[in-house]
Design a protein around this ligand. Structure first.
Ligand code: TYD
Length: 146
């Protein structure tokens, strides 16, 4: 998987004097069906989360409140995204290593996921992740040369 597939996606925003409203429909505003929703909150200052990749899971990450950074890594390149609005989010495909840090006080990190929680889908060792991504690249290059 390539970092270029990771992208900020704008969401609909219904602006209203009574307060704004944003909604997300599966396969329309994000490119997958939503099977699970989870959120990180009460993250103490200076803490970081994540530190893993997924073999198949796709995610869409929104700063529902406050702000934080998401650092994405495809095994060869890294990019830091600052999320601080509720009307856009970050699409993270499978086989991307992610870390989250720089949480503002009271922030809420909302994650929409393409599958149920499956421990076996996690890659928690960065060296294993690096090996898997470099094998994937080698295979791709062999196929291209043929
Ligand atoms: P973990 O993946 O370590 O969180 P982070 O992505 O911030 O590193 O998850 C922490 C714990 O919560 C771990 O024991 C697995 C559990 N968990 C579930 O049971 N269901 C879920 O949907 C998620 C995301 C985590």
């Amino acid at each position: 998987m390539n970092l270029s597939k990771c992208r900020i996606m704008d969401l609909p925003k219904v602006a209203d004097a009574r307060g704004n409203l944003t909604f997300i429909e599966e396969n329309r505003h994000i490119p997958f069906a939503i099977k699970r929703v989870y959120y990180l909150y009460d993250v103490p200052g200076g803490e970081s989360r994540g530190g893993h990749a997924h073999k198949t899971l796709q995610q869409f990450i929104v700063a529902a409140s406050g702000s934080f950074d998401v650092i994405l890594d495809d095994g060869s390149k890294k990019k830091r995204f600052h999320l601080n609005r509720s009307y856009y989010g970050l699409y993270v495909p499978n086989m991307i290593w992610r870390e989250l840090d720089n949480f503002s006080s009271g922030s809420v990190c909302l994650v929409l996921a393409s599958d149920l929680y499956k421990a076996e889908d996690y890659i928690r060792d960065y060296e294993v992740f690096k090996q898997m991504t470099s094998k994937g690249k080698k295979k791709h290059n062999v196929r291209r040369k043929q």
